[in-house]
Design a protein around this ligand. Structure first.
Ligand SMILES: Cc1cc2nc3c(=O)[nH]c(=O)nc-3n(C[C@H](O)[C@H](O)[C@H](O)COP(=O)(O)OP(=O)(O)OC[C@H]3O[C@@H](n4cnc5c(N)ncnc54)[C@H](O)[C@@H]3O)c2cc1C
Length: 477
């Protein structure tokens, strides 16, 4: 272990690295301890199937990273990060062979939605105009004095709605309803649950603001650029170093933990006051995922032409079917026709696969800690909208809850978002406080996706936690 330093960060996910960079930029000496040999946590890439096929192990598509107010302040391009914007950010195939699409251009998206053009504009345009202000408001703890109260109230009223209620009452036809429902399903909530609309609005608005880009060379390029940025500021990273107990760490003024609530309980549980520990123990998991990475001999033969030009595909059919699948998952059941999120990075990034061949990244939602192999269900869903898909499969690599937990302690049970993002846990993440990063242990902060604003590669949890530590222990405002 390194000698004493100003601050220690446990975990080198996007939030851990963001926290370390924030501290190092303020002049602190920082060491990051990472359990894995490679940095990046949920933003890593490697050859999972065949030589020459580069797969994103976790995150693939990055509207939140491209829109992150913190990442925007870093010279990540200088360290090799290059965003690629697929021609169409998102396509959602339907059974009639058509597809509803989210385009970066809001008006064009609306036009394509035909009968729902005006409704789409009415819903999204006023919010899109205020995107910069809005994103600052919701990328921080919910308990704060808003700088833009009217904009936030407008967003909040819509965001609180269950996605099925908002989509079915606002839109008249299936394409717009299905498009909205598919984006809302990123919440991992039943679509009848309050705040499920928030995810559709935020990710849809981000799509209009920055697209749904992918990094050239895989999501590891985000982590590599963050790591290089930290090293340039003098920070150190020690891999292969899993922390089993907080007491094992060397002396420092602040400790920032890029670990889930449950990993925090494991490494510090005995030291935590009972009341706080009980609150953390009652924090709820989100459902899990089952993921497949494919090496393909050719692009996916989507029936809908738009899907062949899109970076992300939402495979799940109409709104009722997606809602039913998410309801099943929330009840602990395996959906026969799951909602499948698909990314086809190699169509836009030639570094991902040998010439003429392709990668495909796909996952579906499953109950927490589910051990069922969902390969058949996922492939049946893709085949439904792309007949002949199975013939193009050269190799596949599956990842269930057990493998996820082995690859990253934060992903135990297959929950990829650091805990459910329901209304209660969006407000109290993991506790109700204007500064939920602080823990009762002096100088110890949580900075993972279990804190606000929650899951996704954006680094904002790490940034806010580090700002709190700088205020508390280093006299920085
Ligand atoms: C399959 C999958 C697909 C996803 N897709 C997307 C996507 O397309 N777009 C998107 O924006 N987000 C996506 N996400 C979510 C995103 O990856 C996470 O929300 C994000 O990585 C959270 O960042 P973090 O820094 O909080 O934690 P993590 O990225 O989980 O990093 C935590 C790090 O801490 C280390 N660690 C944990 N415990 C210890 C310990 N005790 N000692 C030492 N080290 C420890 C871990 O090894 C890990 O490296 C996906 C996640 C998964 C798993």
């Amino acid at each position: 272990m390194s000698d004493a330093c100003d601050a220690i960060v446990v975990g080198s996910g996007p939030n851990g690295l963001a926290a370390a960079i924030t501290l190092a930029r303020a002049g602190c000496s920082v060491v990051v301890y990472e359990a894995n040999a490679t940095i990046g946590g949920g933003a890593r890439s490697t050859e999972l199937t065949l030589p020459g096929f580069l797969h994103d192990v976790c995150s693939a598509v990055h509207p939140l990273a491209a829109a992150s107010p913190f990442f925007k302040t870093l010279p990540l391009q200088r360290f090799g990060l290059e965003w690629i914007e697929p021609e169409i950010p998102l396509a959602h195939p339907l059974d009639d062979g058509s597809a509803a699409c989210l385009h970066k251009n809001l008006d064009f998206t609306a036009e394509q939605l035909d009968h729902d053009s005006a409704a789409y504009r009415l819903l999204m345009k006023p919010l899109a105009r205020n995107w910069e202000n809005l994103s600052i408001e919701f990328l921080q703890p919910m308990l704060h004095w808003p700088q833009h109260p009217i904009t936030l109230a407008h967003f909040g009223i819509l965001a609180l709605c269950p996605a099925t209620l908002l989509a079915n009452s606002w839109f008249r036809r299936e394409p717009a309803r299905a498009l909205f429902a598919g984006i809302a399903a990123h919440s991992f909530l039943p679509l009848e649950a309050p705040v499920s609309s928030a995810f559709a609005l935020v990710l849809g608005l981000a799509g209009h603001a920055v697209g749904w880009p992918i990094p050239r060379g895989g999501s590891r390029q985000i982590s590599n650029a963050l790591g290089a940025c930290l090293r340039e500021l003098g920070g150190k990273i020690e891999g292969n170093h899993r922390i089993e107990n907080l007491r094992d760490l060397p002396k420092s003024r602040a400790i920032l933990l890029d670990v889930s609530v449950w990993e925090f309980l494991r490494i510090a549980g005995q030291q935590l006051p009972l009341r706080y520990r009980r609150r953390l123990e009652s924090f709820r998991h989100a459902p899990g995922i089952f993921k497949i990475d494919y090496a393909l001999s050719e692009p996916v033969p989507w029936k809908a032409e738009a899907c062949r030009r899109a970076g992300t595909i939402h495979v799940g059919g109409g709104i009722d079917e997606i809602a039913a699948a998410e309801r099943e998952v929330a009840r602990g059941k395996i959906p026969a026709r799951p909602f499948v999120l698909v990314a086809q990075q190699s169509l836009f990034d030639e570094t991902r696969a040998p010439r003429g061949q392709h990668t495909l990244w796909a996952y579906c939602h499953v109950p927490f800690n589910c051990a069922t192999d969902m390969s058949h269900q996922i492939e049946s869903q893709i085949e439904r909208f792309a007949p002949g898909f199975r013939d193009s499969i050269l190799a596949r690599h599956t990842t269930g809850a057990a493998e996820l937990a082995r690859s990253n302690p934060n992903l135990a049970g297959g929950d990829i978002n650091g805990g459910a993002a329901n209304l209660t846990q969006l407000v109290a993440r993991p506790i109700l406080s204007p500064n939920p990063y602080r823990t009762p242990l002096a100088g110890v902060y949580l900075c993972s996706a279990s804190t606000p604003p929650g899951g996704g590669v954006h680094g904002m949890c790490g940034y806010h936690a580090a700002c709190a530590a700088l205020r508390d222990h280093f006299g920085k405002r």
